[in-house]
Design a protein around this ligand. Structure first.
Ligand code: CA
Length: 235
């Protein structure tokens, strides 16, 4: 239990009583303040009036779609949103990430996984909100990116990246900690998201990893989310 967690309020939006109890009990035990909503409309209202530090949002709600909740909240707030989804809702999970969710948990999940995701999302939002608004140099473990110069370095050595590899690396770095979907990445880089773009993305990711990962078969910097996308981990 840390002092930081005691000051954070988390809005839990879940209509399933068993999952809601698991989530709220785990978070409460770790010192978070809680706010609970069981419908999408109530969630939007609670987000607007109570300004939580993070929202845990189930996608299958009894009234409005969870993705609609994200779109509404994103209209005025950058609060981190972690989506809770069932394995059968893969397409919804991707829609939720594209609508502005930061991360997801797939049911069933462990309490450790839940707490790790919450901590990572809160840290990410604090980094994003705490000064350095237009960060011109990005640092993460051995990786350093000088955005103004358009150069990336690993352990002090300049990387020989192709323009596409650099764009891909910079995009993931600017969103470090957040899962980016294949669709989002290919739209940002090529402006389209055809199957062929997603196939190209895999090829560029492979060549990029060979240049930035100590062991490309077990990547540390960029995580693969099978069927969903990629995330740059904060080291
Ligand atoms: Ca549900």
């Amino acid at each position: 239990m840390s002092e930081a967690s005691a000051q954070h309020t988390i809005l839990v939006v879940e209509d399933d009583g068993a999952v809601r109890n698991l989530v709220t009990t785990a978070l409460e035990m770790h010192g978070y303040h809680l706010d609970v909503a069981v419908t999408g409309e109530a969630a939007v209202l609670a987000a607007a009036s109570h300004h939580p530090d993070l929202i845990m949002l189930d996608l299958g709600l009894p009234d409005i779609d969870g993705v609609d909740v994200i779109e509404k909240v994103r209209g005025w707030s950058a609060v981190p949103i972690i989506v809770i989804s069932a394995r059968a809702e893969d397409a919804d999970k991707i829609r939720a990430l594209d609508a502005g969710a930061d991360d997801y948990l797939t049911k069933p999940f462990s309490v450790d996984e839940l707490l790790a995701r919450v901590r990572a999302s809160l840290r990410r939002s604090q980094l994003a909100g705490g000064g350095a608004a237009d960060e011109s140099v990005f640092e993460n473990g051995p990786l350093r990116i000088d955005y103004a110069a358009g150069c990336a370095y690993l352990g002090g050595e300049q990387l020989g990246l192709t323009p596409t590899e650099y764009k891909l690396l910079a995009l993931l770095a600017r969103n470090a900690g957040k899962v980016l979907t294949h669709t989002f990445i290919t739209r940002e880089i090529w402006g389209t998201s055809w199957d062929s773009d997603i196939a190209s993305l895999r090829v560029f990711m492979r060549t990029l990893r060979k240049k930035i990962e100590a062991d490309p078969a077990h990547p540390q910097l960029i995580q693969t989310h099978v069927g969903v996308g990629y995330r740059m981990q904060r080291l």
